[in-house]
Structure formats: structure tokens, C-alpha cells
Design a protein around this ligand. Structure first.
Ligand code: EPU
Length: 435
């Protein structure tokens, strides 16, 4: 197991390009199951979670081709067609030979449950391990299952597996109790091939749901209300593969903005999904971070002190829970206090104890964290606990005086493509070494 070692205190400088969005690429990969044939996806980030999704789909008979086959990736026999450019992935879903997502995979990546909707639509059956709790909360999938039942799916729980079967999927109105992101995506995918019209009310409006919907439209799905909280899907008979470019990652972009701001650097974040970063950019602006925007490039300008501001996580278009930990790292060196409220997950303050090891002054009360900004943080060994918690430790380590060692970096491999390379190119003194 590797660790990341950072000698903090260097102002980042230069340009960093944002990769494809993990949380858009994952449902899009699952959605390829809906249209038998050869898909060509572009801007797919090179991440552990993407390799895990390939493993899941590989168990169902799906084969892949990518430039320079990655270690651990499932690759089948070579597919026909022109050579693939970088960050591209060819997915052949012609043969479906299984419909099971086993515990061994789901326990490492909850997003594997995204195969449930498409498998039901294509094969009328699915067997998916029920994900357990995780580091950030209980995270049940009851809303996914309730929606599928409303569409005519029979669901039983057998030895930890959700066994789902349907003679046919029927369009209906589904009102979600909460705008769950992957829940909306599962129902949306199932509805594309259902009989009749499905209305998903109180749907998640996250841009990644919109990106999945645009991919489905490219395959021939009929969807109205993309980007809103009511999705209307008119079921069609068949879907056909089409090339698609995955949107870029707003959370990766926000993470580099926070890293630039905490080191008082001058960094141009390019290929950024600017329109989807409004809440994050507003908070950074309130905190005194100066950003200029030109097209898809956001440049953080040095100068100006950081001021503590409050933030509350909300479903999109509110401030994203996936940026809460990184923003807290930033607030830990801001002038004054800030109150950070987490409303999406019940247990998403696991980074707090580790940030405190770096000298941050944070007190938790229920779902609120009171952060009193310190002049300096100081380096220490810390342990990564989940993806975004790990990102917050990297950000804090970049600003801390002395050396910070971040252990259990496999969490970062799940969601940040070439993190060490990208930060090194910005001048950070950072390396990855065996622990
Ligand atoms: N919830 C339920 N029942 C359900 C579904 C969700 O009670 O059936 C609750 C959850 O327990 C949670 C809240 O609703 O408290 C929101 O969960 P949601 O279902 O929206 O989250 P998710 O779909 O499991 C996705 C992202 C997460 C991101 C959340 C919130 C993917 C693959 N994952 O998870 O990303 O934090 O939406 O925006 O899209 C990450 O990338 O680090 C990450 C955790």
C-alpha cells in the first residue's frame, strides 16, 4: 500500500486540465448495457472505480478495448474499428451472458448498483448484492427499489442479494422521497425501455444525471425535462449505440480550485465544467478567493486573505457534499470562524479528526462543524478514510508547514486521475512512495 508524502508551503502555479467525471462515466458505462453493440466513450477518466465498473460489466459478458490496456482492467478480444484516442473506451455489449453484481465487487464500489436498472430493462432480471453501510453513512437503496417496484419489478432479498425480476417494465409516475442521484439514474435507465411513459418527480438534478440522460438520448431514448426535477421518459422499443463524450469532473475542478486557494497560488483550471460550479465558485468568492473565468478555464489569482464563511451541503444546485471536506480544509486556515453543515450524509465528518492532527481547530456538533481558522497548519502523518476526505487531507498538506504523509491512498485512486502528476506539474513537492 502506498502513501503520499507532501512537503507543504509551496504556492501552486501553472495549469491543470480536468479529467472526465467519475460520477457521470460510471452510470454511462452501466447504460451501455441498454443498447447491444459497440459503444465508443470518450473522456473516460483512468480511475480505480472505472476499472471496477469494467469488472462488473465484464462478469456480464461485456468486453472492452482501450488505449494501452490498463493493469487490472478487463480486456476482451480486440474489437473492430479505428485505433482509440487517449481517454477513450470501446465497450462491446453485444452479448449479455450474466446479470449478477456480486458482493465482492459491490462492497468495493457501491456505484455497481447502477447495473440494476439497465439489466432489468434488457434482461428483465438482475441479482445485485445489497450494498452495506459505508464510511460516510448508511446509504440504503430503498428509494431505487420502491421506484422499480412501481414499474412492475418483483423484488426479493435473498442472502444479501436483491433479486429483481419483471415480466415487463411499465411506465408510471414515481415521486422520490429524496432526490437520490444513483436512484434517479437507475430509474431513468430502466424507464427508457419500459412500456409507456414514466415521470420521475423530485428527480436529482445533479449534472451527472443530466449527462447520463444526454447519453441515453444519443442512444435513441425519449426524455423530457433533462436538468430539472421532473424527468418524463417515453419508453422506446430499442436503443442503439452512439459515440459519447463524458462531461468533465466538477468535483475534481473544485478540488484544484481549493488547492490553489489554500496555497495562495496562481492556477488555471482548464476543461472545467464552469456552468456546474456556480455554488462552489460563489462560496470561494465569499471566502475571498479571486477567480477569473474565460470559457472553460477558471484561473485562481493570488492575493487577498481567506475569510471564514458558512457552507451547507444540499442537493444540486446547492453546495455539493462532495466538496464539503475540501472546503473545510480551506476554512481551517481562513480568518475567523465558519460553520459547515452537512445535510446529505449523516456521517461525513470523518476527515475532521485527521485535519485536527494537522492543527486544524474544528468542533463537531451533530451535523455541523465549527471551524476556527488558524494561521498555520503543521504536517503530520494522517490516514485517508474516503475519497473526498482524502482530498481534503492533500489540500491541507499542501498548505501545512513541514511534511504530511497521507496513508491509504487507494481511496484517492478511486476518484482523482493522475493526482500526484497533476500537483507536481503545479510545483507541489509531492510524491507517492511505498508505505
Ligand atoms: N438515500 C436513501 N435511500 C436511497 C438512496 C439514497 O435514504 O434509496 C439517502 C442516502 O443515504 C444519502 C442521501 O439519500 O443520505 C443521498 O444519497 P444519493 O443516493 O443521492 O447518493 P448516491 O447516489 O449513493 C452519489 C455520488 C456520491 C455523492 C452523492 C450525493 C455516484 C456514483 N455517487 O451517491 O459521490 O456524494 O451522489 O451527491 O454518483 C463521491 O464521488 O465521492 C461520492 C460519494
Amino acid at each position: 500500500m502506498d502513501k503520499i508524502v507532501i512537503d507543504g508551503g509551496v504556492a501552486l502555479e501553472g495549469e491543470v486540465s480536468i479529467s472526465g467525471a467519475k460520477n457521470a462515466a460510471l452510470p454511462i458505462m452501466a447504460a451501455t448495457l441498454l443498447a447491444p453493440g459497440m459503444h465508443r466513450l470518450h473522456n473516460v477518466p483512468s480511475l480505480a472505480d472505472i476499472r471496477t465498473m469494467k469488472r462488473v460489466l465484464g462478469l456480464m459478458g461485456v468486453t472492452f478495448e482501450e488505449p494501452g490496456a490498463e493493469k487490472g482492467g478487463h480486456t476482451g478480444p480486440p474489437l473492430q474499428g479505428a485505433p482509440l484516442p487517449d481517454e477513450a473506451l470501446a465497450v462491446d455489449t453485444s452479448n449479455l451472458t450474466g446479470w449478477m453484481a456480486p458482493y465482492e465487487v459491490v462492497k468495493t464500489m457501491r456505484a455497481a448498483v447502477l447495473v440494476l436498472g439497465p439489466l432489468l430493462a434488457r434482461a428483465r432480471q438482475a441479482s445485485v448484492s445489497l450494498p452495506g453501510g459505508c464510511a460516510i453513512g448508511a446509504r440504503p437503496i430503498n428509494i431505487h427499489l420502491k421506484g422499480l417496484e412501481a414499474m412492475g419489478v418483483k423484488i426479493t432479498l435473498n442472502q444479501g442479494y436483491v433479486e429483481a425480476k419483471a415480466r415487463e417494465l411499465k411506465g408510471t409516475e414515481i415521486i422520490l422521497d429524496f432526490p437520490t442521484v444513483t436512484g434517479t439514474e437507475n430509474l431513468l435507465m430502466a424507464a427508457t425501455l419500459a412500456k409507456g411513459t414514466t415521470r420521475i418527480v423530485n428527480a436529482a438534478q445533479e449534472p451527472e444525471v443530466g449527462d447520463l440522460a444526454q447519453f441515453l438520448v444519443a442512444l435513441g431514448a425519449e426524455i423530457e425535462g433533462i436538468g430539472t426535477d421532473v424527468l418524463t421518459i417515453h419508453g422506446v422499443e430499442t436503443l442503439v449505440p452512439a459515440p459519447y463524450t463524458v462531461m468533465s469532473d466538477r468535483i475534481e475542478a473544485g478540488t484544484y480550485l481549493a488547492a490553489a486557494a489554500i496555497t495562495k497560488g496562481k492556477v488555471a483550471v482548464t476543461n472545467a465544467p464552469v456552468a456546474h460550479l456556480t455554488a462552489v465558485l460563489e462560496k470561494l468568492h465569499e471566502a475571498g478567493v479571486r477567480c477569473t473565468i474565460a470559457g472553460d478555464c477558471i484561473e485562481v489569482q493570488p492575493g487577498g486573505g481567506l475569510t471564514g464563511v458558512d457552507a451547507k451541503t444540499l442537493p444540486y444546485p446547492g453546495f455539493p457534499t462532495d466538496m464539503q471536506a475540501q472546503f473545510m480544509a480551506l476554512m481551517s486556515v481562513a480568518k475567523g470562524a465558519s460553520v459547515i453543515t452537512e445535510t446529505i450524509f449523516e456521517d461525513r465528518f470523518i476527515h475532521v479528526g485527521e485535519l485536527k492532527r494537522l492543527g486544524a481547530d474544528i468542533t463537531i456538533s451533530g451535523n455541523q462543524a465549527v471551524v476556527r481558522g488558524r494561521r498555520h497548519l503543521s504536517g503530520a502523518p494522517v490516514m485517508a478514510t474516503d475519497l473526498r476526505a482524502s482530498a481534503s487531507l492533500i489540500i491541507a498538506g499542501l498548505a501545512a508547514q513541514g511534511t504530511t504523509e497521507v496513508h491509504r491512498v487507494y481511496h484517492l485512486d478511486r476518484g482523482y486521475a493522475k493526482l500526484v502528476e497533476k500537483l507536481s506539474a503545479l510545483g507541489a513537492r509531492i510524491k507517492r512512495v511505498p508505505a
